[in-house]
Design a protein around this ligand. Structure first.
Ligand code: BEZ
Length: 246
């Protein structure tokens, strides 16, 4: 594994301390873990599918509870996009079970209630998974994971990483948008511009030669070129949906 060693000069952490985390393009670290859905072997068990491995600081805390209700409500949508969700925190299995039962039985958030969490939530009391993925960031907390989100593709490669601090609940529409954008980029060999949503114009990769630059300006394989390096084309929402549901 090609992990980067990062030095943290934050005042809470001695300069000698370091931690490793996978980077975009690295193979995701492998692990075997106990979860609320039984043992999982990662990433082998998820080959051929996308996975979102995300950490939360602690069970029975309010921001995390709002996040789980939201992610739990969206699980089917992620499944339909060939993506499995996997949660992790530095809590034990019985705490996870009790918390998920409480969420289903008692908690309502933004009209979402009676939400059953069917995706695996990893018992990581040993911090094995959190440490492998650099989810414990001592300047924020030495005992709990920050809100990390790792997007791992069907070949087990880390494709995107988002980190949020303890106090900030994540935007799950953005997590879904990022997943669909990467799947669209892979399927159609394009890139997606700022704030892109399925159905919006996509970016055609910049011309790598004068000939291609001319072709682009002549309108070949593009719908619009504002200049030779800024060309877009249309891909319908329906065509994207066909690709991601394969
Ligand atoms: C929360 O989920 O509410 C939370 C967890 C850890 C620190 C701060 C807030």
């Amino acid at each position: 594994m090609n992990n980067k060693i990062m030095e943290n000069s934050n005042e809470h952490v001695s300069e000698k301390e370091s931690f490793s985390m996978p980077r975009i393009g690295d193979k995701a670290p492998s692990f075997i873990a106990n979860t609320t859905q039984g043992e999982i072997k990662f990433p082998e068990q998820f080959e051929g599918k996308w996975a979102i491995l995300f950490s939360h600081p602690a069970d029975f805390t309010p921001v995390c509870t709002s996040e789980f209700i939201t992610f739990g409500s969206l699980e089917q949508k992620f499944k339909e996009a060939n993506c499995n969700l996997i949660g992790v925190s530095i809590d034990g299995l019985y705490s996870h079970i009790a918390w998920l039962r409480t969420i289903k039985e008692k908690i309502e958030y933004r009209g979402m209630k009676d939400v059953e969490i069917n995706f695996p939530l990893i018992d990581d009391v040993s911090m094995n998974v959190a440490n492998k993925f650099g989810m414990v960031q001592p300047g924020e907390s030495t005992t709990s994971a920050v809100r990390a989100v790792f997007f791992i593709d069907p070949k087990g490669i880390v494709r995107a990483i988002i980190y949020y601090p303890l106090s900030l609940g994540r935007n799950f529409d953005e997590i879904y948008r990022a997943l669909i954008a990467m799947q669209t980029a892979d399927a159609f060999k394009i890139a997606t511009p700022a704030d892109w949503q399925p159905g919006d114009d996509v970016i055609v990769s910049p011309a790598g030669s004068c000939g291609v630059a001319k072709d682009r300006m002549d309108g070949k394989d593009v719908d619009n070129c504002q200049d030779w390096f800024f060309c877009t084309k249309k891909i319908s929402k329906e065509d994207i949906e066909k690709e991601i549901k394969k």
